[in-house]
Design a protein around this ligand. Structure first.
Ligand code: UDP
Length: 313
């Protein structure tokens, strides 16, 4: 019998990582899921806890730690990821991107494991190139409120590439674009849970600024599949994984109203500092080299997400 592949995943109780845990368990992996539960939720992985191949470890990866035995894949996904969460935990966000990445890389190096960093479209900042290709270096304010996340992830990419060059660790970097779906934290302040919650409760939808800023939303199953496709490939990246369908926030709000059948009105609130005015991934590399592209349309994915929110409100 062949040995099960072993994956160590930081932040595994978070929204997107919990879906990657599901997909890896289906593929027969053994998982060590590490989370400090600042923003992760036990309910996201509760269904996996009874499986003997799934081990949950409460640990802050910004502090050094050890895992005994063989590890084949190290996935560093831990970090607050919504603007509200990382603004509430600025120092923790910087530490998990810097020291946390360093500690996870040390484990990958010691275990001779493949290392994958979940980076972000936020490394492009408020982009001057549109759509964003992986070659774009970005437009980030290094001292603005969002810098705690953007610069932490930029540092995380830099240290990952330094380990690749210096220690020959087999590293991969994925840049994740806005992802949504079941298990999103209802109160993380992001546009998807905010609008669905407001629409279902008959509250006004809070549009920040004039609502003409754009985002490109990827359904979580698609996103998780794309990331795992990269992990099992021979690419090092960075690779954009996201859905290139681009919507203004007003367009997005109208779709939420249509799908929920809500008669909520819009209320306009101030535009957050350094909020990117446009975002859309160029996924030519993912298409050509990973044979991956998203399959779930925004309406289809949102309908499933709305159902989940209704059941979990
Ligand atoms: N946004 C909004 N109303 C909300 C929450 C967010 O208009 O209640 C806007 C926000 O200003 C941004 C976009 O929606 O332009 C996406 O915000 P989100 O926090 O979901 O993610 P981001 O892409 O900014 O990390």
């Amino acid at each position: 019998m062949t040995r099960k592949k072993v994956t160590l995943m930081s932040g595994g109780a978070g929204f997107l990582p919990s879906h990657m845990c599901d997909q890896l368990m289906e593929q027969g992996h053994r998982i060590f899921c590490v989370d400090n539960f600042i923003t992760g939720k036990k309910t996201n992985i509760a269904h996996l806890l009874k499986d003997k191949n799934f081990t949950l470890i409460k640990q802050d990866v910004s502090r050094p730690f050890k895992i005994p035995g063989k590890i084949d894949y190290v996935m560093h996904c831990a970090s607050p990821a919504s603007p509200v969460d990382y603004l509430n935990h600025p120092v923790e966000t910087l530490l998990v991107g810097s020291q946390g990445t360093h500690h996870m890389l040390e484990i990958a190096k010691a275990k001779k494991a493949v290392f994958l960093l979940t980076s972000t479209s936020e490394v492009y900042g408020d982009p001057k190139e549109h759509p964003q290709k992986e070659t774009y270096w970005g437009n980030v304010n290094p001292i603005g409120p969002r810098s705690v996340y953007d610069e932490a992830k930029r540092y995380a990419e830099a240290v990952t590439f330094a380990y690749r060059r210096t220690f020959k660790v087999d590293t991969k970097v994925v840049r994740i674009f806005n992802t949504y779906g079941p298990r999103m934290n209802l109160h993380d302040g992001r546009v998807v849970p905010n609008f669905i919650y407001q629409a279902l409760k008959g509250l006004p939808l809070t549009i920040y600024g004039d609502g003409k800023q754009t985002r490109s939303f990827c359904y979580v199953d698609d996103e998780a599949k794309g990331i795992l496709r990269l992990m099992f490939s021979n690419l090092s990246g960075p690779v954009n994984i996201g859905n290139p369908g681009e919507f203004t926030i007003i367009e997005f709000a109208k779709i939420v109203l249509e799908l929920t059948g809500s008669r909520s009105k819009f209320v306009y609130e101030p535009f957050p500092q350094d909020d990117p005015k446009q975002r859309k991934p160029d996924i030519s590399i993912a298409r050509a080299k990973l044979g991956w592209e998203p399959k779930v349309s925004l309406r289809e994915g949102l309908a499933k997400t709305i159902e989940w929110f209704k059941e979990n409100l």
